[in-house]
Design a protein around this ligand. Structure first.
Ligand code: PLP
Length: 288
């Protein structure tokens, strides 16, 4: 079955989907993006991702290329054309195409691209069942990682270094030795006194949409929770650790820098949060 992408107003074959050589996203990283998980044909956390997209666009002063309602029509059409049941929808909006020059161009039309990707659920579910290992590394990113821009080179390099060292992923640590977040996920622990903790949503992290939903899930389950940064040492001593993101949902971390976390096996709270999150999301009907 052919795969389709959406580029600036047209659905086209994925393999023929291209952007201009002077797209500002390509030349300057002058672009924002979003990723939605899809399971059982349901788009997860729809409104949260739309709200963050609006915030990212406003931060870069890129006008929205279309209303949220129109965007949802396009996303649903893309999902239908790709017969997307399990996988993800990727969106990127750049400032547009203009002769290469640093200042914002006077007249430019934002460029919108969307892709859909089917992914079997097995590998992600297996990772969650077994837990993953992470290594820590210095957070060398720019000061506005709260904006979801495509400037992901430090994240790419940290992920690659982790894989080459035999870990599944990396957690960034700031110059106070406090964990900021993962390369593409928010970082959480169940600390040694039994409190769930994740870093407050300042400019030092991307405020994950999954993170926000999991905070509500944790509270609804009656877990003790604090939005409070934790150090690398506190993470080593934690009872549980896990990551949250649109692509990993909730995935337990069982070792950090080779220190086993808790029992060294996925924790009960991470498992319960994942199950509850998936149940809640897949029981939400997509608005037609
Ligand atoms: N932090 C970073 C750096 C990310 O890139 C992502 C997702 O791409 C997240 C956190 C998690 O965000 P979300 O839950 O919205 O996927």
């Amino acid at each position: 079955m052919p795969r389709f992408a959406y580029v600036d107003g047209q659905f086209i074959r994925h393999r023929d989907a291209t952007i201009h050589v002077e797209d500002r996203g390509l030349q300057f990283g002058d672009a924002v993006y979003e990723v939605w998980a899809v399971r059982k044909g349901v788009l997860f956390d729809t409104s949260g991702h739309l709200a963050r997209l609006a915030r990212s666009l406003a931060a870069l002063r890129i006008p929205a290329p279309m209303s949220d309602q129109s965007l949802m029509v396009v996303i649903r059409e893309l999902m239908a054309r790709n017969r997307l049941k399990d996988g993800l929808v990727y969106l990127q909006i750049s400032r547009g195409t203009a002769r290469r020059d640093h200042p914002f161009p006077a007249r430019v039309v934002p460029s919108l691209i969307l892709t859909a990707r089917s992914m079997p659920t097995g590998p992600a579910d297996t990772r969650a069942a077994l837990g993953i290992s992470v290594q820590t590394c210095p957070d060398n990113r720019w000061g506005r990682v709260d904006i979801k821009t495509v400037n992901l080179l430090p994240n790419v390099l940290a992920k690659q270094a982790a894989l080459e060292a035999g870990f599944a992923d990396a957690w960034f640590v700031d110059d106070q030795d406090m964990v900021t977040e993962g390369t593409a996920q928010n970082a959480w622990i169940l600390d040694s006194s039994g409190v769930l903790r994740t870093r407050p949503a300042t400019q030092a992290i991307l405020r994950g949409i999954t993170r926000d939903t999991i905070i509500k899930t944790a509270q609804s389950l009656g877990y003790r929770f604090e939005e409070k940064a934790f150090s690398r040492g506190e993470a080593y001593e934690a009872q549980e650790a896990f990551i949250t993101s649109a692509t990993s949902f909730v995935t337990p971390v069982i070792t950090i820098d080779n220190h086993p976390i808790g029992t060294g096996r996925p924790g009960d709270i991470a498992r319960k949060l994942r199950e509850t999150y998936l149940d809640q999301q897949t029981s939400v009907k997509n608005p037609s």
